[in-house]
Design a protein around this ligand. Structure first.
Ligand SMILES: Cc1cc2nc3c(=O)[nH]c(=O)nc-3n(C[C@H](O)[C@H](O)[C@H](O)COP(=O)(O)OP(=O)(O)OC[C@H]3O[C@@H](n4cnc5c(N)ncnc54)[C@H](O)[C@@H]3O)c2cc1C
Length: 441
């Protein structure tokens, strides 16, 4: 089931030409469209379903620097600067509030891990610090449990996933971008190796540059072009409650995570358990993901079932004049794992009994596009001049989304990038680089 997401009206006419075509209307695609349109570039965005239909409306809404892999820190710092002025730029409130984020520590081991991250992030002069005792109690008013300590960043915050990407898409339209929904891109045509057009289910659009921001679908799209992009799906589950008086801001604990919503309710999830569905890609990319599995394996439930066969069926090659897998699944809407959510909610209620007074308004699932080093690809593809990929945000692309969109626009226009794109290069998967997470927590 999809969370209630703001809608966007598609443009009536599909242009036959554009400077840049963007594939995918999640936060990455729409922010790229916004920055290109604001620079006066003719841009068309094609979305197979609806704007923010997949991950971008289903996430927790956390916008954080804290706990980031150090390679992402320069870009998330820029991204938060964009968030700070975003509601003003868009002319509508997308719920960005710097209401603080906290990672509660239960054990000495957890605490040491958080402190290590804090030391590593030292040069970025963040306002992150460890808290304990009364300060921690004050930040979790009403909690029946006292944690050992917490890593806390007052200036990190939140925004509303069901508002942000649609608002950015509408603003992009006002600046001249064309947004087409129910318009899957089946593939790309090239002349002498260079991109010359995209082929959609409604016909072709000539263009010199294509930005692929297809989330979990990017690997399949790339494979159809002979490009290897090691990315796997992780199913995460979320619930939201009705309005209530509860703790401010957002916090992660080993049993549950919460975030206060603009509508007065809370977005709740299990802080530690996600499900990795075994699919044919799990075997294709097994070696790439082995280092990550060794670190994160205990938080992942590996499951074999229907998704294996769905993925296998969808992966069969298609031609550009027949229906593609992207039209077969307009919106990927995985079921939430109720057991995982129930465990989290029960743990939350034990600590904050006032949650008993409200109803669980809704539950949903979302498929995270995970990379083997948990760092995205934001990069031109060397073998296909004209193609730029922005994907693999590994469960934290909402906060970094505006920064990533700005960086993708910079790469498309060949201008000074907002942050160094080299940590995000696609070639790291074949240039001999070591592929592993670098201490994000
Ligand atoms: C449960 C959950 C919790 C999360 N919590 C957070 C959080 O608190 N903070 C945070 O920063 N991040 C979080 N994330 C991650 C964040 O949501 C994603 O990283 C981010 O939304 C990715 O945006 P995207 O635009 O790359 O992908 P998506 O939002 O998945 O968008 C990709 C779009 O591309 C479209 N598409 C694909 N192929 C084609 C095609 N061929 N033609 C046309 N359209 C196509 C799809 O339909 C889709 O709409 C969470 C994710 C989940 C699932």
């Amino acid at each position: 089931m999809r969370p209630p997401t703001e809608t966007v009206s598609s443009n009536d006419v599909m242009p036959r030409q554009a400077e840049v075509v963007i594939i995918g209307g999640g936060i990455i695609g729409v922010s790229t469209a916004l920055f290109l349109a604001m620079s006066g570039v003719p841009v068309v965005l094609c979305e197979k379903g609806e704007i923010a239909g997949e991950q971008s409306s289903r996430n927790w809404g956390w916008v954080r620097r804290m706990g980031r892999d150090p390679r992402e820190l320069p870009l998330i710092v820029e991204s938060i600067k964009i968030w700070e002025g975003l509601s003003r730029t868009l002319g509508e409130d997308v719920g960005f509030r710097q209401s603080g984020i906290m990672y509660a520590c239960e054990s000495a081991e957890e605490e040491a891990q958080r402190e290590d991250w804090l030391k590593a992030a030292g040069s970025y002069r963040l306002d992150t610090h460890m808290i304990a005792g009364q300060e921690l109690t004050d930040r979790m008013p009403g909690a029946s449990k006292l944690w050992r300590s917490a890593l806390y960043t007052p200036s990190d915050g939140r925004a509303e996933p069901q508002k942000a990407a649609p608002a950015m898409a509408r603003a992009a339209q006002r600046h001249g971008a064309v947004i087409l929904q129910q318009c899957a891109v089946r593939g790309i045509e090239k002349t002498a190796g260079q991109v010359t057009s995209v082929v959609t289910e409604r016909g072709s659009i000539e263009c010199k540059t294509v930005v692929l921001a297809g989330g979990i679908w990017s690997t399949l799209f790339c494979r159809s072009l002979g490009i290897r992009l090691p990315q796997l799906g992780v199913r995460a589950s979320v619930l939201r409650t009705g309005p209530l008086e509860g703790p401010p801001g957002a916090a992660w604990t080993a049993q549950f995570a919460y975030r206060k919503r603009l509508d007065g309710g809370y977005t709740i999830a299990n802080g530690s358990e996600n499900r990795a569905e075994i699919t044919p890609d799990s075997f294709r990319f097994f070696k790439d993901f082995l280092p990550l599995l060794r670190i994160e394996g205990r938080h992942l439930q590996l499951r074999f079932g229907r998704p294996f066969f769905d993925n296998w069926r969808l992966s069969r090659p298609w031609t550009l004049d027949e229906m593609s897998p992207f039209e077969r699944v307009r919106t990927l809407d995985p079921d939430p794992v109720e057991k995982t959510l129930d465990k989290a909610y029960q743990a939350l209620v034990r600590v904050f009994p006032q949650f008993r007074e409200t109803k669980i308004a809704q539950q949903w699932g979302g498929m995270i596009d995970a990379m083997p080093d948990t760092v995205p690809v934001i990069s031109p593809i060397e073998d296909v001049p004209g193609l730029i990929v922005g994907t693999g945000f590994s469960g934290h692309g909402f906060g970094i989304g505006p920064g990533a969109g700005r960086l993708l626009a910079d790469l498309a226009l060949g201008r000074q990038p907002i942050a160094d794109p080299s940590p995000f290069r696609h070639s790291r998967f074949y240039d001999g680089s070591a592929i592993a997470p670098l201490g994000g927590v």
